[in-house]
Design a protein around this ligand. Structure first.
Ligand SMILES: *Cc1c(COP(=O)(O)O)cnc(C)c1O
Length: 948
C-alpha cells in the first residue's frame, strides 16, 4: 500500500485500533459489521466507477493546471458581484484558519463566543449601514434574500389585506435579472402575483401588499424612492429594497426613507467572487418583524454570573420546533463569509469604507467625464459605481474588450454597462475609454486627473454609522491579528477535538482540499463571464457532477442550491414541474415521516405542498402501515414522499424499498434527504433504494467545512425523467432542457467551495470513499458498544447495529434532576462539543463520530460520557450545587479567591487525566436564553444599554 494515499490522512482509525474496535463491538470482521448493518437487498454489487485517486501532491498539480484554464479578465460586469480586496490579515487568519472554518453552528454558545461576537459585529454593521433596526446573521445570497423579504411581507400582511386578498407584489424592472428569476420561482407556489414595471409609473391598489426596488438600480441609476415609499404606505403596502451595502456609506440608507426590509450581498466587503459564491447575503428590517425574520439572529444575554454573553436568539434558532409553520427553511447560512465581511468592516472602519466607496465613485465620475469628452451618451444622471452607455454595436465593443482581457455587461444590443470596483485604477479608466473609443471609431481621450463624484443633497448620506468602538480599534495589522486570535480562542473547533454532531457529519476538512480556495485564478472569477473564460471551473463541474451521479446512482446533478434546505426546495420544485408536465397540477400532497428534519416540512410548504405527517413505530422506524394508508388516502393528489436514509434515528430501515414502491404505485415521487449520505457512499445509494431525487450536503458528507454555520452546498441529483427540469439561470443558461427558474443567484451556486468536494472525491477515489463510509460505520458502532453499558441507545437496526450515528437517551435521568442540556454543558469541561441535542428525539444526544476520528479520540470522548454517567448517578433530584448543574466552569470562576462549592476545583475543570494535556476553557458560564429572548438586542451597543 502506498503510504502517501490521501485515504490514510482522511481516515482516523489505524490498523491496531481497528482490531480492538472490532473486538469491542463483538464482530469477527468489518465485513461482518457492514453486512449486518446494511440490508442485503440494497447493497451495491460493484465498486464505484470513478477516476483513479490522486495523492495530495498529484492533486495539487492537477488543480493548478485546471486553475490555469480560467482566464482572469478585468471584470466590470457588476450585477451584484464585484472584484474586491480581501485583506491579507483576514485571508490568513480566518479563511485559511481551521480554528475559524471548521467550527460548527454556534448552538453551544459558551464555546462559540468568538464567532458570535464576529457575527454581532456583522449585524451591527449591516443594520447601521442600511439604517434599519435589526439585521440577521446572513442569508444565502442576494436573490434568495429578496425572495425571503417578499415572503416575510406576504406572511405578515394585515388582516384587512388578507381579507381583500392582497397577493400582488410589485417588482421594479430595474432589479437584478437573477433576483427576478428567483422571485418568480418562489412566488408561484405561494400564490403571490408578481407585477413587473417602472416604479415611477406604478399605481398602488389595495391588492398590492408589497414591492421591491433596487438601490442603485441594475443599470446604475440612483433613484430617489422617497415618494414611492410614501405611496406604498398610503395603501399599507410594505417596501423591500435590494441595496448595494458599500454605496450606503455615501447614499441615504433605505431605513431613512422608510423601507421595511433591506437586503443585499456583502460580497464586496472583501469576499472573492469565486465564480458566484459563497458570499453572505444580508437581511435587515424593523423591530416589528423580529419574530418573522428568516435565518438566525445573534442576540445579547447574560451568563450565570451576570456577565455579558452572546447566543442565537431562540425564535429564529431553527425550524425544528416550528416545522411546517416555520418562517423559512433557512438552516445552514453563510457564517464564515459573514464573519469575514464583518471583519472587513472592523478593519477598515467607517472612514475606511467611506474612502473605498468614494474612490469608486470618483473613478466612475472620472470615467463619465471621459465619456462626455468622447461624445458618448451615458444614461445615468445620478450614479454610484455603474454607468450605462449607448454604443453603435455591442458586439464590436465586446470583441475589442475581450481582446484586451476586459469584461463589460451588455444589457441590450446597443448598451454597455460598466461597474467600477475597489481594484479599479486610474489607468483602468483610460483603458476603458480607449476600448469604447476604438469601438466607436473615435480618437481616444486620455484623462490626467480624477473628477470628484458628487451626489445631489436629496440622496447624500449625512447620518453616522458604525460608531461602536469595535469599528475603530483594530486598524493596524497587529491589533487586527490579535483581535481575530482573541475571538478564535473562545471557540471550540475541529482543531481542538471531535465534534460529534449527529446528522451534521463534522469530518476532516483537509488542508489540501482548502488550499486552492486562496488562488486568485479561482477566487477572482465573476459568475457571468462568458463560459469559455471559465474552463477550469467547467471542468470541475463536469468532474463533480459525474462523480455525484455515480455515487447516487442518478442521471443528472444541479450544483446550484446553496444549502441542504435549498436543495430540498429545488428537488420538490423539480418534482412539481414533472407532475405539471404531465398535466398533474393537482398533485400537492407531501408525505413526511414524523422523525424528519424540520427543514423538510418547511421546504414542502415553500414549494406549495401540503404536508401530511406519517407515524413512526415504537422502534423509531417508519410505520409502513400508516404510510400505506396515508398514501392510499391521498393517492390522487400525492406529489412526493420526503424520506431521510439511513433514517434520522441512524438506522438503515429494511423496509425502504417497500416504502418507495408504495409511493411510486400511487403516482408520487420519492425525495431522499441526503444528509446521512455518509453512511451510504460506495455501499448503497439513493437510486438503489428507489428514490427519484436527493440533495447532498456537500458541507457534511463531502468535506466542505461547516464554517461556523455555513457556507454549504446542497446539489440535487435526479433520475432521468426529472433531469429536464433542473434549474437554470437567466444570464448563463444551465440546467435541464425545460428548466425551472433559478433557485439561487449564481448559475452554479457557491462554485468556489465546490473545489473542496471535487478534491475530496479526486483524492479518495472509489476505494477511499468506500473505506470512509465503512470507517464511519465502524466508529459509530464502537462508540455504541462502549456506551451501551452506561446508557440506553435508542433504535438500532434489526441486528442491533447503528449506521453512522446513534441516539443516546438521557430522559430517564430527569429523575435525578438531570437534563440533557446539563450533559451538553458538562461535556465542555471535558473538552468536547456536545453532540446534537434533542433532535430527532427530545431529551437525547445524537452522536456521529465520522471516519476521521481515531480510536484514541473516540475513547476519550466515551470516557467523558461514562464519567458523566457516574456524576449523574451521584446526583439527587433537587441538587443544584453539582458540577453538572454548574457546567461549564470558566477559568475566572475556578481561580477566584472564593470557592464554596461542595466539589473540588479539580473535579470541576479536570475531571479526567487526559484533559490536563489539552484543556479548553469556555469563556462564559451557562448563558441565559430566556433573558436574551425577553430582551432581544442584536447589535453591539455599549454594554450598559442592556444589563439590568
Ligand atoms: C443538515 C440537514 C438538513 C439541512 O441542511 P442545510 O444544509 O443545513 O440546509 C436537512 N436534513 C437533515 C437530515 C440534515 O441533517
Amino acid at each position: 500500500m502506498r503510504t502517501d494515499s490521501f485515504v490514510l490522512r482522511h481516515v482516523g482509525p489505524r490498523e491496531n485500533g481497528v482490531k480492538e474496535m472490532i473486538k469491542t463491538i463483538g464482530v469477527s470482521s468489518i465485513d461482518e459489521l457492514i453486512d449486518k448493518t446494511i440490508p442485503a437487498d440494497i447493497r451495491l454489487e460493484n465498486d464505484l466507477n470513478l477516476p483513479k485517486e490522486l495523492s495530495e501532491f498529484e492533486y495539487a498539480s492537477h488543480i493548478l493546471e485546471l486553475s490555469n484554464k480560467n482566464k482572469l479578465f478585468k471584470n466590470y460586469i457588476g450585477l451584484g458581484y464585484h472584484p474586491t480586496i480581501l485583506p491579507g490579515v483576514i485571508q490568513r487568519n480566518i479563511l485559511e484558519n481551521p480554528g475559524w472554518y471548521t467550527a460548527y453552528t454556534p448552538y453551544q454558545a459558551e464555546i462559540a463566543q468568538g464567532r458570535l461576537e464576529a457575527l454581532l459585529n456583522y449585524q451591527t454593521m449591516v443594520s447601521e449601514l442600511t439604517g434599519m433596526e435589526l439585521a440577521n446573521a446572513s442569508l444565502l445570497d442576494e436573490g434568495t434574500a429578496a425572495a425571503e423579504a417578499m415572503i416575510m411581507l406576504f406572511n405578515t400582511r394585515s388582516r384587512a389585506q388578507k381579507k381583500v386578498k392582497a397577493v400582488q407584489f410589485f417588482v421594479s424592472e430595474e432589479i437584478l435579472p437573477q433576483t427576478i428569476d428567483i422571485l418568480k420561482t418562489r412566488a408561484l407556489p405561494l400564490g403571490i402575483e408578481l407585477i413587473f414595471g417602472d416604479h415611477l409609473k406604478f399605481e398602488f391598489s389595495a391588492e398590492v401588499y408589497g414591492a421591491i426596488l433596487q438601490y442603485p438600480s441594475k443599470n446604475g441609476q440612483v433613484h430617489n424612492y422617497k415618494s414611492f415609499v410614501e405611496k406604498a404606505a398610503a395603501v399599507e403596502a410594505r417596501v423591500a429594497v435590494a441595496a448595494d451595502l458599500l454605496s450606503l456609506t455615501l447614499l441615504i440608507p433605505p431605513g431613512e426613507w422608510g423601507a421595511d426590509v433591506v437586503v443585499g450581498t456583502t460580497q464586496r466587503f472583501g469576499i472573492p467572487m469565486g465564480y458566484g459564491g459563497p458570499h453572505a447575503a444580508y437581511f435587515a428590517t424593523k423591530e416589528a418583524y423580529k419574530r418573522n425574520i428568516p435565518g438566525r439572529i445573534i442576540g445579547i444575554t447574560k451568563d450565570k454570573d451576570g456577565n455579558r454573553a452572546l447566543r442565537m436568539a431562540l425564535q429564529t434558532r431553527e425550524q425544528h420546533i416550528k416545522r411546517e409553520k416555520a418562517t423559512s427553511n433557512i438552516c445552514t447560512a453563510q457564517v464564515l463569509l459573514a464573519v469575514m465581511a464583518g471583519m472587513y468592516g472592523v478593519y477598515h472602519g467607517p472612514k475606511g469604507l467611506t474612502y473605498i466607496a468614494e474612490n469608486i465613485q470618483n473613478l466612475t465620475s472620472t470615467l463619465n467625464s471621459g465619456l462626455i469628452k468622447l461624445g458618448l451618451t451615458q444614461l445615468n444622471c445620478t450614479y454610484f459605481d455603474t454607468l450605462t452607455i449607448e454604443v453603435t454595436n455591442t458586439l464590436k465593443v465586446k470583441e475589442i474588450a475581450e481582446n484586451k482581457g476586459v469584461n463589460f455587461f451588455y444589457p441590450s444590443v446597443n448598451q454597455v454597462s460598466i461597474s467600477i470596483n475597489q481594484t479599479t485604477t486610474f489607468d483602468d479608466v483610460n483603458e476603458i475609454l480607449s476600448i469604447l473609443a476604438e469601438a466607436e471609431g473615435k480618437e481616444t481621450v486620455v484623462l490626467s486627473e480624477i473628477v470628484k463624484g458628487e451626489l445631489p443633497a436629496e440622496l447624500k448620506r449625512t447620518s453616522n454609522f458604525m460608531s461602536n468602538e469595535v469599528f475603530d480599534k483594530y486598524h493596524s495589522e497587529t491589533e487586527m491579528m490579535r483581535y481575530i486570535k482573541k475571538l478564535e480562542r473562545k471557540d471550540l473547533s475541529l482543531n481542538h477535538s471531535m465534534i460529534s454532531l449527529g446528522s451534521c457529519t463534522m469530518k476532516l476538512n483537509a488542508a489540501s482540499e482548502m488550499l486552492p480556495l486562496s488562488s486568485p485564478n479561482w477566487g477572482n472569477m465573476h459568475p457571468f463571464v462568458p463560459v469559455e473564460q471559465a474552463q477550469g471551473y467547467q471542468d470541475v463541474f463536469v468532474g463533480l457532477e459525474s462523480a455525484l451521479n455515480e455515487i447516487t446512482g442518478f442521471y443528472a446533478t444541479s450544483l446550484q442550491p446553496n444549502s441542504g434546505a435549498q436543495g430540498e426546495y429545488a428537488g420538490l420544485m423539480v418534482i412539481k414541474a414533472y407532475h405539471e408536465s404531465k398535466g398533474d397540477y393537482h398533485r400537492n400532497i407531501c408525505l413526511i415521516p414524523a422523525s424528519a428534519h424540520g427543514t423538510n416540512p418547511a421546504s414542502a410548504v415553500m414549494a406549495g405542498m401540503k404536508v401530511v405527517v406519517t407515524k413512526s413505530t415504537s422502534e423509531g422506524n417508519i410505520d409502513v402501515d400508516d404510510l400505506r394508508e396515508k398514501a392510499e388516502l391521498h393517492k390522487d393528489n400525492l406529489a412526493a414522499l420526503m424520506v431521510t436514509y439511513p433514517s434520522t434515528h441512524g438506522v438503515f430501515e429494511s423496509t425502504i424499498k417497500e416504502i418507495t414502491e408504495i409511493i411510486h404505485e400511487r403516482g408520487g415521487q420519492v425525495y431522499m434527504d441526503g444528509a446521512n449520505m455518509n453512511a451510504q457512499v460506495g455501499l448503497t445509494n439513493p437510486a438503489t433504494i428507489g428514490a427519484d431525487v436527493c440533495h447532498l450536503n456537500l458541507h457534511k458528507t463531502f468535506a466542505i467545512p461547516h464554517g461556523g454555520g455555513g457556507p454549504g452546498v446542497g446539489p440535487i441529483c435526479v433520475v432521468k425523467h426529472l433531469a429536464p427540469f433542473l434549474p437554470s439561470n437567466p444570464i448563463i443558461p444551465t440546467g435541464g432542457e425545460t428548466p425551472i427558474t433559478a433557485i439561487s443567484s449564481a448559475p452554479w451556486g457557491s462554485a468556489l467551495v465546490l473545489l473542496i468536494s471535487y478534491s475530496y472525491i479526486k483524492m479518495l477515489g472509489a476505494q477511499g470513499l468506500k473505506e470512509s463510509t465503512i470507517k464511519a460505520i465502524l466508529n459509530a458502532n464502537y462508540i455504541k458498544a462502549r456506551l451501551e453499558k452506561s446508557y440506553d441507545i435508542l433504535y438500532t437496526g434489526e441486528n442491533g447495529f447503528a449506521a453512522h450515528e446513534m441516539i443516546v437517551d438521557f430522559r430517564a435521568f430527569k429523575a435525578n434532576g438531570v437534563e440533557v442540556t446539563d450533559v451538553a454543558k458538562r461535556l465542555m469541561d471535558y473538552g468536547y462539543h456536545a453532540p446534537t441535542v434533542s433532535f430527532p428525539v427530545a431529551g437525547t444526544l445524537m452522536i456521529e463520530p465520522t471516519e476521521s476520528e481515531n480510536k484514541e479520540e473516540l475513547d476519550r470522548f466515551c470516557d467523558a460520557l461514562i464519567s458523566i454517567k457516574s456524576e449523574i448517578d451521584a446526583m439527587k433530584n433537587g441538587d443544584l450545587n453539582t458540577a453538572l448543574k454548574n457546567a461549564p466552569h470558566t477559568e475566572e470562576m475556578l481561580t477566584a479567591d472564593n470557592w464554596e462549592l461542595p466539589y473540588s476545583r479539580q473535579h470541576a475543570a479536570f475531571p479526567l487525566p487526559y484533559i490536563k494535556e489539552n484543556k479548553f476553557w469556555p469563556s462564559v458560564r451557562r448563558v441565559d436564553d430566556a433573558f436574551g429572548d425577553r430582551n432581544l438586542n442584536c447589535s453591539c451597543n455599549p454594554i450598559e444599554d442592556y444589563m439590568d
